[in-house]
Design a protein. Structure first.
Ligand SMILES: NC(=O)C1=CN([C@@H]2O[C@H](COP(=O)(O)OP(=O)(O)OC[C@H]3O[C@@H](n4cnc5c(N)ncnc54)[C@H](O)[C@@H]3O)[C@@H](O)[C@H]2O)[C@@H](O)CC1
Ligand SMILES: [K+]
Length: 510
């Protein structure tokens, strides 16, 4: 698990380290500068002309320190100071004094085209307003050039909080960021400005990180040890019963993908509840699945009784993929919402039907209060952003532009687990904001979301808590997508490839 922070949280870590722990800021800065140089050397920087472009805060001071260390190691290096030196931070003044004492060239104006490597140290996490004037000009000039750009801490101009450029930002080849990864380097579009991101440990103690208590984090492969354990003494009942209520007339793929993924991710038993028309397809494509089919046009008391039995049978229920917006689907959803006593994963048309239900509620409650009031505890909602915009009755742009704020709205003061599906999926619950970094653009393909519901369900069926299953499900789904891309490439990848690749992700953990 890797903690992620915004600028205020990072500043709090800095301040605690310096003021409470007593590690001098200049020591951290020296380590920061050394880590930038280490990274540059790893990429073969040797005889090139290097220019450190430095602003007037501590990010600029890091840049001057890096230039000085390079200079002392006989690299050809100069410093371009952008901004009013009289307003320089105390640490920058100190770094400039050292650099001048050593005779390093410090310019206020220079032709940057003479240099092949740029150390971008104009702004770090202290960026507080839109870029303009000379700063904008220099960033434009750097972006127009063909230099290799190493950004110090964060590409200058990029917001560490929103991942958006504050009007303009440096396009880096590498970003060496200190201590902890930043939201701005992970979410889109920031991650595309940052290039390769390297998180360097520069001596922030754990106690300083912990006191910030950031809700933001991502997983790495070490977190696969959270996967449910497979007991040796077991039978198919040990690994849980998944009920997949999915598909409708003419839509059979959704239940197939969800159910197959649930089996591949380790469930003991998977039952598909779908329209009678899908019977033969499911029986022939996925004979492992148990099946209950209903006649959409002949729904009687017996049907309802049987459906309630199936709801009771399940340890976890997926409802929504491909069920359509018919009255039958609406009745199915009502039965699940009313009677399920186990975690429910609500996806696709299940979410659209929920939106319709909420539209018909007229009271003084907020929209999210109404949504939560009709969902069983431990419901996992898995909307893509368009579904979410309908559910929350908010413009899509508002959602796209403020994903983390929307995650707060979805979860604040309630037990809902929301999986906001996007290029960087966010899994939000009351206390946590998991930001997923696995996966790739090849996964933007029909059926991919159905596969995700099956994986999450399988993890719950095998005993994981719903919120852990949601995070780990999203992470492993992305990892499987990455494995699938290695084999098929991002153009050719289809949902079944993700299911097939699950074996490579999960079985390493056997
Ligand atoms: N202990 C620490 O505090 C450490 C800080 N470090 C470095 O310090 C950086 C943060 O330093 P600072 O807090 O001084 O902030 P920055 O150096 O990021 O920038 C702050 C300066 O830029 C000005 N500014 C902000 N937005 C502007 C805009 N749009 N146009 C013009 N001027 C603008 C501010 O008024 C201030 O003078 C980190 O990103 C990191 O690189 C590292 O050396 C590690 C240790
Ligand atoms: K920078």
């Amino acid at each position: 698990m890797k903690t992620i922070v915004n600028s205020a949280q990072m500043k709090a870590v800095d301040d605690y380290t310096v003021e409470k722990v007593g590690i001098p800021a200049i020591v951290l800065m020296e380590r920061a500068a050394l880590s930038v140089i280490d990274e540059m050397k790893k990429h073969g920087v040797t005889k090139e002309k290097i220019l450190a472009v430095c602003g007037i805060g501590n990010n600029g001071a890091d840049g001057v320190a890096a230039a000085r260390i390079l200079y002392l190691q006989s690299y050809t290096v100069a410093i371009l100071l952008v901004g009013d030196e009289d307003k320089a931070s105390p640490l920058l003044k100190q770094q400039l004094l050292i650099a001048r004492n050593l005779g390093i060239s410090i310019y206020n104006n220079i032709a940057i085209t003479e240099y092949t490597i740029i150390i971008d140290a104009i702004f770090g996490i202290g960026l507080s307003r839109n870029i303009s004037g000379i700063y904008k000009e220099i960033i434009e000039e750097i972006n127009a050039g063909s230099h290799t750009v190493y950004s110090v801490d964060i590409p200058s101009g990029l917001s560490a909080d929103t991942a958006k450029p504050m009007d303009i930002a440096i396009k880096a080849d590498y970003t060496i960021t200190f201590g902890l990864n930043k939201i701005g380097l992970i979410l889109y579009p920031g991650c595309e400005y940052a290039g390769n991101v390297i998180v360097e440990e520069i001596g922030f103690p754990e106690i300083a990180v912990n006191q910030v208590n950031s809700p933001y984090f991502s997983y790495d492969t070490n977190d696969l040890n959270k996967l449910p354990k497979r007991l040796n003494y077991s039978n198919k009942g040990t690994f849980g019963k998944v009920l997949v209520i999915a598909g409708s007339v003419n839509i059979s793929g959704a239940c197939y993908f969800s159910a197959k993924a649930a089996y591949r991710a380790g469930s003991g038993l998977v039952k598909v509840m779908t329209a009678e028309e899908n019977r033969i397809i499911i029986q022939s494509q996925l004979p492992e699945a148990l099946l209950y089919t209903y006649k959409s046009d002949n729904w009687d008391d017996c049907t309802e009784e049987q459906i309630l039995k199936e709801i009771e049978w399940a340890k976890v229920i997926v409802i929504g993929p491909g069920i359509g917006m018919s009255n039958t689907s609406g009745r199915l959803l009502d039965l699940v919402l009313e009677h399920a006593k186990v975690p429910v994963i609500l996806d696709a048309d299940g979410i659209n039907l929920l939106s319709e239900k909420v539209n018909s509620m007229h009271n003084d409650n907020s929209r999210i209060e109404n949504i939560v009031s009709i969902l069983p505890k431990q419901t996992i909602l898995t909307p893509h952003l368009k579904e979410l915009s309908v559910l929350l009755d908010m413009p899509l742009d508002t959602i796209i532009n403020n994903l983390l704020g929307i995650a707060d709205i979805c979860t604040c003061k309630n037990d809902l687990i929301t999986v906001l599906k996007d290029a960087r999926t966010i899994v939000a619950n009351k206390k946590e904001r998991y930001i997923n970094i696995s996966g790739n653009n090849g996964m933007s393909t029909g059926g991919s979301g159905d596969v995700l519901t099956g994986i999450i369900a399988a993890f719950i069926a095998q005993g994981l808590e719903a919120k852990e299953a949601a995070k780990l499900g999203v992470y492993t789904h992305g990892l499987a997508g990455d494995k699938a891309r290695e084999l098929k490439g991002s153009y050719c990848l289809i949902a079944s490839d993700i299911i097939d690749a699950l074996a490579q992700v999960l079985n390493n953990n056997d």
